[in-house]
Design a binder for this molecule. Structure first.
Ligand code: FES
Length: 188
């Protein structure tokens, strides 16, 4: 009797345990399936996230020269730009990425040029005697204001945004631009 009684009570319990077992199995299955899926998502998104983190700030770099160190209408100063580079998977610390000519044209105005020739990317020199920027690769020249002086380069030297901060700090938004095109198209 008691056995039958127990059975009577056990049978209704079985579907409930079965239901709980199914719910538990489904939950475990979901966890087992979802965790690697999210891990995979993080793996593939990681470079994008890193790129976002590395982007930060307003893109301006503080130059190692102050406004006072630049003579008004004097010779331009060449500053090498060293930055961390980030590709899809790796970060390369302290990589040379280009250089900038800084020239003070007024009391509180500094003009910055990317030193890369817009023809094929050679680095231009500054010839103090002629007061020009000179590209040795195909003997091209640019005026002190960056305008091209012959027909080989497709455009003048590329200007960069400059911001004078705290009265004396020179900040430059460094960018490289595509060579060979008449338009100034940022790269990287
Ligand atoms: S790379 Fe400068 S003129 Fe050709």
């Amino acid at each position: 009797m008691s056995q039958a009684h127990l059975e009577l009570h056990e049978h209704p319990g079985e579907p409930r345990r079965g239901f709980i077992t199914h719910v538990l199995a489904a939950g475990i299955g979901l966890l087992v399936g979802t965790v690697p899926a999210f891990a995979g998502l993080a793996f593939f998104l990681d470079p994008i996230m890193r790129k976002k983190k590395s982007g930060g700030g307003d893109g301006f770099l503080k130059m190692p020269v102050t406004l006072e160190a630049l003579e008004i209408n004097g010779q331009p100063q060449l500053v090498k730009i060293i930055m961390d580079r980030v590709d899809a998977w790796n970060t390369y610390l302290n990589q040379p990425v280009g250089s900038v000519y800084l020239r003070r044209t007024d009391k509180d105005k500094v003009v910055a040029f990317n030193s890369s020739c817009p023809h094929l990317g050679c680095m231009v020199d500054y010839k103090a005697a002629d007061r020009i920027y000179f590209c040795p690769c195909h003997t091209s020249a640019f005026g002190e204001d960056g305008t091209k002086q012959n027909d080989i380069p497709p455009r003048g030297l590329d200007t960069l945004d400059v911001d004078i901060r705290n009265g004396t700090e020179v900040w430059v938004k460094f960018q490289n631009f595509r060579a060979t095109t008449p338009d100034k198209i940022p790269v990287g």
